[in-house]
Design a protein around this ligand. Structure first.
Ligand code: KG4
Ligand code: ZN
Length: 333
């Protein structure tokens, strides 16, 4: 089965053709550059940029896969959560194509997409397992009882982890998106230079909070001379990154012990972070727990993960009605 997957929930216009939910025949990701000078995503500009990019991006994905639209067996598209104006572009485009060509059509939850990015590379899933979605819009721990059977264990009460990376990067004068910039700058820095707060680690809960650490960085930087900040940029980035990574990894381990699950999967842009991947690996190894982390290109937003999740749902004969709408908030079920 060939599925075309389309993703436009934030600032990436992405399309991909995947065979049988596993084999990526093409994956085209256009990252909108227009937001860079604002230091964050401007929703109105994002939806306009999606409108210009959607046709060439889908065409490129089909061309690279060596297929035409009539050859695909189904079309999957992100329905939510995300920016409504952005989601709408992908959703309406996918709907129109599927309707015109009479193809099976399915709306996908963005986080289910990030989860299925794991399945593209690691075919041997042992359920139940814990999945941590960690991106610019989400930080959530989910118990995956089986494909399509999910239980939320905890989530961020305020900022998402990626959002904290982006905000701290902006504060330190680094470019957007901040995650990769902070990671790069942190190289060679001292992670113990400042002990930033590790929120909610003294509680049982599997929720997260990242607004406190961001404020702690603001206060730390506020009364220091510019020279000092410039000189210790690597140390500050490393210290911030270490605090976030420690909290993320620790909560994963707690989720594993609370549920008795023996495997952990990661997904979302922050899962690109090398320090997070390293710490997750160390901790899982010590516990004898299996770890699945997609290739970096599949951790951040892409169409292949949506096609993979779409393949699963379409194979079960699920279809979305033609009147589904874009949803900024949406539960995973
Ligand atoms: O999954 P994604 O592409 O889009 C959303 O669904 O949000 O994630 C983007 C987020 C951004 O906040 C970005 O700064 C963060 O992922 N990110 C990283 C890294 N690469 C991307 N955060 C930390 N370290 C990285 N290497
Ligand atoms: Zn995402």
């Amino acid at each position: 089965m060939l599925v075309l997957g389309i993703e436009t929930s934030c600032d990436e216009t992405a399309a991909s053709v995947v065979r049988d939910g596993r084999e990526i025949l093409s994956s085209v990701v256009y990252s909108q550059l227009v937001h860079q000078k604002y230091g964050g995503v401007v929703p109105e500009l994002a939806s306009r940029a999606h409108m210009t990019a959607i046709v060439p991006v889908v065409e490129k994905a089909l061309n690279r896969a060596g297929v035409g639209l009539p050859d695909v067996d189904g079309i999957a598209v992100t329905q939510g959560p995300g920016l409504v104006g952005s989601l709408m572009v992908g959703l309406m485009f996918a709907k129109a194509q599927a309707y015109a060509l009479n193809k099976p059509f399915i709306g996908i939850h963005h986080l289910e997409g990030h989860l299925f990015a794991n399945l593209l590379e690691d075919t041997d899933w042992a359920s139940p397992f814990v999945f941590m979605a960690v991106s610019g819009g989400h930080t959530e721990l989910i118990l995956v009882n089986d494909k399509g059977n999910y239980l939320s264990l905890g989530a961020t009460l305020d900022d998402a982890a990626g959002e904290a990376f982006d905000k701290v990067a902006k504060l330190l004068g680094l470019d957007y998106p901040g995650g990769p910039e902070v990671e790069k700058t942190a190289r060679g820095g001292n992670p113990n230079f400042v002990k930033f707060p590790r929120a909610l680690l003294d509680e049982e809960s599997l929720d997260f909070s990242f607004s406190g650490i961001k404020t702690a960085v603001v206060y730390y930087v506020q009364d220091k001379p510019r020279e000092f900040i410039r000189e210790h940029l690597a140390d500050l980035c490393a210290s911030f990154q270490e605090a976030v990574v420690e909290v993320l990894a620790e909560k994963c381990i707690r989720a594993l012990s609370k549920t008795g699950a023996r495997a952990l999967a990661l997904g979302g842009g922050v899962a690109c972070n090398r320090r997070l991947r390293e710490v997750a690996e160390e901790r899982c190894k010590a516990l004898g727990v299996r770890l699945s982390v997609p290739d970096r290109a599949l951790c951040s937003d892409n169409g292949a993960m949506i096609a993979a999740a779409g393949d699963f749902r379409l194979s079960r004969r699920e279809r979305s009605p033609w009147d589904i709408t874009a949803r900024s908030r949406m539960g995973l079920s």
